[in-house]
Design a protein around this ligand. Structure first.
Ligand SMILES: [Zn+2]
Length: 453
């Protein structure tokens, strides 16, 4: 640890925690210890936290109070995680329909809460509340993951985002403090093309971070450019999230970046699982979440069988998520990791599948390119962009009654401005946009992904 890192950890972090009200290091200390507990100890902790969460949800959240009544249940009926299947699965639509009044806890003053918003690239954005305490816990879970990848407070890292960064928006003093503490180089873009990537690579090489954090599709596009121009990075690690990490993409990027990729998985503010150093599976943050894997009918799937991942958050008090359907696929395994941590493993996590395509001029087309274009427009219930051939996009829109010709023209123009004059975009109004067999909505599909890979 160098002098700067020492000062950050001993002085900077406590100041930041006081300024934000997010108690990260308190939770991080606890999590660092409990990760080595036995599975049995962890399960006892999960059950104890679950009983408290169930009582809290029943006592203070109207949605859960009704749900228990409708199912002839009482909080005492849910004593351990084995009792959870007595309760129905909570869907994203149910959360949306009951937000905020029926699904948020009545004991919190909403003015003190932080509103989280999941990104809209696998479905419509979903809003949720977090208290400052919960935000501290969430960050502690994340920092534990990052430590597994060799990062710690005070070290430099680079963060590439094709969506808006979420750190301390709107307060310049806190922004400055956050920047000094985390020493993050944030690289933000909407247009991922050769010029942007060349600029990012130059900045990263000058900055010399130990870690890079980015989506797999962004990393892959960058590694591809580096391969063509014979450039390599010297990183300790790369943290990926938000998308399924394809084994081919992983190998390709690792070779160019000169480091291992650590995949992290979470949804709606729940930092569910991540890979540790042996990277054999994803360790579940058992102190934060109870995971279940169910088959297509919602029944428990056997170990080592892929199914839908259902999560129960153990520290989301402002807005409890009990048996929440992530709509992602995962496989539970009883295998243990060679690192010695008692945290159980998921042997496979499949989050969003992100198609990648290239425009004739070489710009990367992915869901991230299109989400912001549609986010600003009213009158659209659902949308999907299909790259039929390199220079041809088919844009399917399920309109609401508010949709009109002006909206049609503005979305057409936004897409054409974005993709460039070498691509044509054809808008088609449809009544329904079909979901994938696993029930997911894919916002961007490329029929020429093989040109990229
Ligand atoms: Zn491990």
């Amino acid at each position: 640890m160098n002098c700067y890192e020492y000062l950050v950890q001993k002085i900077g972090v406590p100041i930041a925690e006081r300024a934000t009200g997010w108690p990260v290091s308190k939770y991080l200390r606890e999590l660092e210890e409990s990760q080595w507990w036995s599975l049995q100890q962890l399960q006892e902790l999960q059950n104890e936290k679950l009983r408290k969460m169930i009582k809290h949800a029943y006592d203070t959240v109207p949605y859960y109070r009704e749900l228990f009544a409708d199912n002839n249940l009482h909080p005492n009926d849910i004593k351990t995680m084995a009792d959870l299947p007595k309760l129905p699965i909570l869907t994203k639509d149910t959360v949306r329909a009951n937000f905020p009044d029926k699904i948020a806890s009545k004991v919190f003053d909403r003015r003190d809460l932080i509103v989280g918003k999941s990104s809209g690239s696998t479905g419509e954005p979903l809003k949720y509340y977090l208290s400052k305490e919960e935000k501290g816990f969430k960050w502690a879970c994340l920092y534990r993951y990052w430590r597994w990848a060799g990062y710690d407070f005070g070290k430099k890292y680079a963060f590439i985002t094709v969506l808006t960064p979420t750190a301390f928006r709107g307060n310049s003093v806190l922004q400055w403090l956050e920047h000094k503490l985390s020493r993050v180089l944030t690289l933000q873009t909407r247009d991922l093309d050769a010029d942007t990537v060349a600029d990012f690579i130059r900045k990263i090489r000058n900055y010399k971070p130990v870690m890079l954090k980015a989506n797999p599709s962004t990393c892959f596009y960058m590694a591809r450019y580096m391969n063509e121009h014979d450039i390599k990075f010297e990183l300790n690690s790369c943290i990926c999230n938000a998308e399924t990490l394809d084994p081919f993409v992983r190998d390709y990027v690792e070779e160019r970046f000169g480091c291992g990729i650590y995949d992290t998985y979470g949804s709606e503010g729940i930092e569910t699982a991540a890979q540790c150093h042996p990277r054999s599976g994803h360790h579940i943050a058992a102190e934060a979440v109870i995971t279940e894997v169910v088959d297509k009918d919602g029944n428990p799937a056997p170990m080592d069988t892929e199914g839908r991942l259902i999560v129960t958050a153990l520290d989301k008090w402002a807005m409890p998520f009990i048996r929440y359907d992530t709509q992602d696929a995962a496989t539970m395994t009883a295998e243990q990791c060679s690192c010695g941590r008692g945290l159980p493993l998921l042997s496979g996590v499949k989050g969003r599948i992100v198609d990648m395509g290239l425009s004739p001029s070489g710009k990367l087309l992915s869901v991230y390119a299109f989400t912001p274009l549609f986010a600003k427009v009213d009158g659209i219930d659902a949308w999907q962009v299909i790259q039929e051939s390199t220079g041809e996009l088919s844009v399917k829109i399920k309109p609401t009654p508010a949709f009109n010709d002006e909206i049609r023209k503005s979305i057409q123009k936004a897409i054409e401005d974005y993709v460039g004059s070498d691509v044509t975009a054809e808008i088609e109004l449809v009544e329904e946009i079909p979901l994938t067999p696993s029930g997911k909505r894919r916002f961007f599909i490329s029929k020429c992904s093989s040109d990229v890979l």
